[in-house]
Design a protein around this ligand. Structure first.
Ligand code: 9MR
Ligand code: 9MR
Length: 576
């Protein structure tokens, strides 16, 4: 990056803090090039938040400044921390702490001999646009309808995948007939639809609505339903919920997925026309659906009581099927090669379904069933849809304290606080102040799921440290990380441009569809086989490439966007 002369300034002591007398000519000129050695939240910080930037390879440099990017006044001069060797990041860094700046504005961190950081804001509601953008990202995943220019802008696209007459694959247990199963969101960079990974993100998204009702009003998102007098958030979630309802068989069980036999090429949705099938039926899909549909009852009951009741009935019917089929594992049939979303352990799905159905129905048989199982409060990176569901069940029970026995409440409360404390301890010791030490496929979602636990702890016991833990996890996602990238497409100065997302790859538009979270560094590098090219032996936190073939590090996915939305929504409610 651009180097410049080290200007000599006269120190001046003002109100106990050392400022440098600022003559405009003494600041290095601002060019178009910002330093990639300065990592920070590229969107910005809440006034009261802890605010840190990471300076990579700064050598012996000890000072930093914060400059108001409008007036070019130096508003703070500070001392960098001691240098640290970060193993996960594979970097030597110093930290610039500028938490003392609470005045709203747009700023840059300036490090002599290194340069300026990207400009960022300090203000209340600093993440509101990113929050709304992450929900709009889901709109862009809509199946079975055209995205019109007035809602989708330059990412408008034609109708595709009506999904109204699908063949049953033998694994579904059906031999003849067709299923109509339109709508919902594409799972990820691929065009298939998977019940496990529809119900799980819905669960995370419903949680936000239950905790902070109507935080996204009508007309906030510019989606087709905007102007109907109802929350745009609920309109968007219902688009997915409606689809999952169609995947329930008459006997109550849920088909596992709606998919082609092989992944389609990197083409637009309307060019991806291979035959789609209804595949499999199993216990995880059925219980996950039961849980999310029971939640849907509570979320939709004021807006549309009839719809809410329909969801609850479907949930009970699914649960009844699961009681008859308590451990039917799904694995891909021989001729099906798309996402498996498999899981041989059903405990967390049972726990989640029991919790949601109990809270929605007050029927104590669900609670009794739940109490026969054990509870595991230890967060494990990489578990995602194979385990994180149990936390969703706990969050719901904790949010309905009055409905559960006091000892169960206390046990879970303590468990979540302990779990959050363990995560905070990790975050304090780990690179970039985030709580994950093992980087799997979708690591960004692990960081956000861990942040959900800290957010829950903050709701149970509002210690500022928990809020800081959540904020710093978001700082990581939005640019304070070992790639210096804000991982949300379109939000930040340096964002993923070549995501593994079929529409974004095929639409001829430079910018990818916005509001989508890249999976993030993944030390397993499974996509080398698919053509991704990494630097030699990347560190775990640098195992990410902005390349379209990198499905193991740079795809997008519903269960990654959902905790992004949850955490952004939480921060917008709690940080101002
Ligand atoms: O595009 C597919 C992506 O959505 C999946 O997450 C990923 C892993 O299942 O697989 C991708 O498809 C690749 C396939 O597995 C191997 N051949 C190359 C495909 C992508 O170009
Ligand atoms: O997130 C999933 C990851 O944990 C698995 O290792 C990977 C390969 O099976 O699949 C990922 O999920 C993909 C799914 O199978 C198909 N749609 C895209 C998902 C995100 O890459």
């Amino acid at each position: 990056m651009k180097r410049f002369f080290h200007a000599i300034r006269t120190p001046l002591v003002v109100l106990g803090s050392i400022l440098f007398l600022n003559c405009e000519e003494s600041l290095p000129p601002l060019t178009d090039t910002f330093s990639e050695q300065i990592r920070l939240n590229q969107i910005g910080y809440y006034p009261k938040a802890i605010k840190k930037a990471t300076i990579v390879d700064g050598g012996e440099i000890e000072k930093f400044m914060v400059v108001d990017s409008v007036t070019m006044n130096v508003v703070m001069t500070g001392t960098l921390s001691e240098s640290k060797d970060w193993k996960l990041a594979g970097e030597t860094v110093r930290i610039a702490d500028f938490s003392e700046i609470v005045q709203e504005g747009t700023y840059m961190v300036l490090v002599p001999d290194i340069g300026y950081s990207y400009p960022f804001e300090i203000k209340n509601n600093v993440l509101q646009e990113t929050f709304l953008g992450s929900i709009k990202g889901l709109y862009y995943q809509r199946v079975s309808m055209p995205l019109e220019e007035k809602h989708a802008g330059k990412w408008h696209r034609a109708m595709a995948h009506p999904d109204d007459s699908l063949l049953f694959h033998p694994s579904s247990g059906k031999e003849e007939g067709y299923l109509s199963s339109p709508g919902g969101w594409y799972d990820a960079g691929d065009y298939n639809k998977y019940i496990v990974n529809a119900a799980f993100p819905l669960g995370q998204l419903y949680l936000l609505e239950e905790e902070y009702p109507n935080s996204v009003p009508d007309n906030a998102l510019n989606i087709p339903e905007s102007g109907n007098g109802k929350s745009d958030y609920l309109d968007e979630l219902r688009y997915e919920m409606d689809w999952t309802l169609t995947m329930q068989d008459e006997d109550g069980g849920l088909f596992h997925k709606l998919t082609t036999k092989n992944f389609e090429g990197m083409v637009m949705p309307n060019k991806a026309v291979s035959q789609r099938y209804i595949v499999g039926k199993g216990t995880t899909a059925t219980l996950d659906f039961a849980a999310s549909a029971a939640q849907a009852y509570r979320v939709f009951k004021d807006m549309d009581p009839l719809y809410a009741t329909k969801c609850l009935q479907a949930a009970k019917k699914a649960y009844a099927w699961a009681l008859e089929h308590p451990a039917v594992e799904f694995t891909n049939p021989e001729d099906i090669h798309t996402g498996q979303y498999g899981d041989a352990n059903f405990d967390d799905e049972w726990f989640w379904a029991d919790a949601e159905l109990f809270v929605s129905t007050k029927d104590t048989s669900y609670l009794q069933h739940l109490q026969t199982g054990s509870m595991n409060f230890t967060f494990k990176p990489g578990e995602s849809w194979t385990g994180f569901m149990r936390f969703l069940g706990m969050f719901t029970l904790l949010n309905h304290k009055e409905t559960i026995p006091a000892d169960l409440y206390e046990k879970m409360r303590q468990g979540i606080l302990n779990s959050a404390d363990a995560l905070m301890k990790k975050a304090a010791a780990l690179d970039y102040f985030q709580p994950v030490d093992d980087f799997h496929w979708g690591s960004n979602s692990d960081i956000l799921n861990a942040a959900m636990i800290m957010a829950q702890a903050y709701q149970l016991d509002p210690k500022p440290a928990y809020l800081t833990g959540v904020q710093q996890a978001m700082d990581y996602i939005l640019g304070n990380n070992a790639m210096g990238v804000s991982y949300v497409t379109g939000f930040g100065d340096k964002t993923p441009m070549s995501i593994h997302h079929r529409q974004s790859a095929a639409d001829g538009i430079d910018e990818p569809v916005p509001g989508l979270l890249s999976g993030g560094p993944n030390s397993r590098l499974q996509d080398v086989a698919g053509g991704a090219v990494y630097p030699e032996n990347p560190s775990p936190m640098q195992s990410w490439v902005d390349q379209e073939p990198s499905y193991a590090s740079n795809e997008i996915c519903l269960n990654w966007n959902a905790p992004l939305t949850y955490v952004l929504g939480f921060l917008e409610q709690e940080s101002n």
